[in-house]
Design a protein around this ligand. Structure first.
Ligand SMILES: Cc1cc2nc3c(=O)[nH]c(=O)nc-3n(C[C@H](O)[C@H](O)[C@H](O)COP(=O)(O)OP(=O)(O)OC[C@H]3O[C@@H](n4cnc5c(N)ncnc54)[C@H](O)[C@@H]3O)c2cc1C
Ligand code: SF4
Length: 403
């Protein structure tokens, strides 16, 4: 065992791994594989083959060890949504991209433009596996066609940083917030350039098994070949849709994400301080239409994303994309965005209670700095105590089941 492998083992033992795929880039003897519970985890497949300073890079970058909030100079800070320079509602001007995207197709439009304009050579992203559409895989996007093929959210495990291109010169990375936090923290140790980092709000990674359960419930049994599968897109929020031979099935967003996929998110995501992509340069989210109480309504219409510039570099890119006619924008009030994202705001508000509950039950969570969790949590002491007790009970029960 090396120091790095010991540290990876510790993260796995604490169930704190997010499945980001960074550690296989630090030790080529590790590989990301699906585990019995349906999450991707690092597995030793060969003798250690480490990059220089691997253990130290891991200690500051693995999202199962620590995550630090970013405070770029000159940015404003929202207590629940993090640092920002500007916030808009946005959508792809190209109607095919807007339709194909998860919400407004903004990330796909930016991908296509970044490549067409020569600003980057490639984008490390994620997409459905063409050979096995039930599965999601890291992909390298080098053309507009590939950008379109990768449009849409994959509500399933995919270790975006395990892509060997993720740290190559001239690459932009689009990935989940934990992956982007790891990529930013690892900068300098893997590749010399600081890549442009794009992300999206993330409620968490569901188990791969949930995709199979959903398909099974819709009439495509686990042993049947699937020819095409998408979780979102072709509308907003769009339907989960799959094809197997002559059989076509679909489910709306509430049935797919709300009832089947969402409830299976891994433990690390339940104690995530940053579902809002604080380490990214540019972040997209669903800009849900809300009812009079501010709660999201999932009614079908033309997609609209929320778009946040978190750094000056992100701001300059977005302004250039607007000027080039790639995306259209209108102003968005950040408090309005916060109230349309109740899962994100509640998770951050009571995260400290979950962390304490987890630690009291014997499961050491990752360390988080700069998120203001104490101030947020202790502002509502009664609810804080309820969440702490609930977490303590759940973690004790889970540890008991594992023996
Ligand atoms: C697991 C998950 C949870 C989410 N939770 C929320 C939430 O709580 N609130 C919210 O507002 N939005 C959430 N989203 C994001 C939302 O679904 C849209 O991605 C976002 O609105 C951007 O839409 P878009 O049309 O601009 O992106 P698109 O143009 O559709 O582009 C999306 C890009 O994201 C990348 N991608 C897709 N899935 C993954 C994945 N699993 N891992 C890494 N990269 C991926 C692909 O490379 C793709 O190009 C979540 C997405 C995922 C994958
Ligand atoms: S969170 Fe990422 S870096 Fe940490 S152990 Fe899991 S896959 Fe490896």
């Amino acid at each position: 065992m090396t120091e790095l492998r010991d540290r990876v083992q510790d993260v796995l033992a604490r169930d704190a791994c997010s499945g980001c795929g960074l550690c296989p880039r630090l030790d080529r003897g590790l590989e990301m594989r699906l585990d019995a519970a349906g999450y991707v985890r690092p597995v030793a497949v060969g003798a250690p083959a480490e990059v220089p300073d691997a253990a130290r890079t891991f200690a500051r970058s693995c999202p199962g060890v620590r995550v630090d909030a970013q405070r770029p100079a000159g940015s404003q800070r929202h207590p629940l949504l993090g640092s920002f320079f500007a916030v808009w509602e946005a959508w792809a001007v190209d109607s095919d991209i807007r339709l194909a995207g998860s919400s407004g197709g903004v990330l796909t439009a930016l991908h296509a433009w970044l490549i067409d304009s020569g600003r980057v050579a490639r984008i490390a992203g994620a997409a459905g596996d063409a050979a096995r559409p039930r599965r999601s895989i890291p992909v390298t996007i080098t053309s507009r066609e590939q950008a379109l093929a990768a449009a849409g959210s994959r509500y399933a495990p995919v270790a975006a940083l395990s892509n060997p291109d993720a740290f190559a010169a001239g690459t932009a990375v689009t990935a989940k917030p934990c992956e982007i936090a790891a990529a930013r923290a690892a900068q300098g140790s893997l590749g010399d350039e600081a890549p442009l980092l794009l992300s999206f709000f993330c409620a968490g990674t569901p188990s791969q098994h949930a995709t199979d359960t959903l398909l099974d419930g819709l009439g495509i049994a686990p042993d049947r070949q699937v020819d095409a599968l998408r979780y979102r897109g072709n509308g907003w929020p769009g339907r989960f849709a799959a094809r197997s031979g002559d059989t076509e099935v679909s489910a709306d967003y509430e049935e797919s994400w709300g009832s089947t996929l969402g409830p299976t998110t891994q433990w690390r995501c339940k104690v995530c301080p940053d579902g809002v992509g604080e380490s990214a340069d540019i972040v997209a989210a669903d800009s849900w239409v809300t009812d009079e109480r501010g709660y999201p309504q999932f009614v079908e219409e033309a997609g609209v994303s929320a778009l946040i510039a978190r750094t000056r570099r992100g701001l300059e890119m977005i302004e250039a994309a607007i000027a080039a006619g790639v995306i259209a924008v209108r102003p968005l009030d950040i408090d309005g965005l916060a109230s349309a994202q109740p899962l994100q705001t509640a998770r951050r508000r009571y995260l400290l209670a979950r962390l304490w509950g987890s630690a009291l039950a014997g499961r050491r969570p990752p360390q988080y700095r700069g998120f203001g969790l104490a101030r947020l949590g202790l502002a509502h002491p009664r609810r804080f105590a309820q969440v702490l007790r609930g977490t303590l009970r759940r973690v004790q029960a889970a540890r008991g089941r594992r023996g």
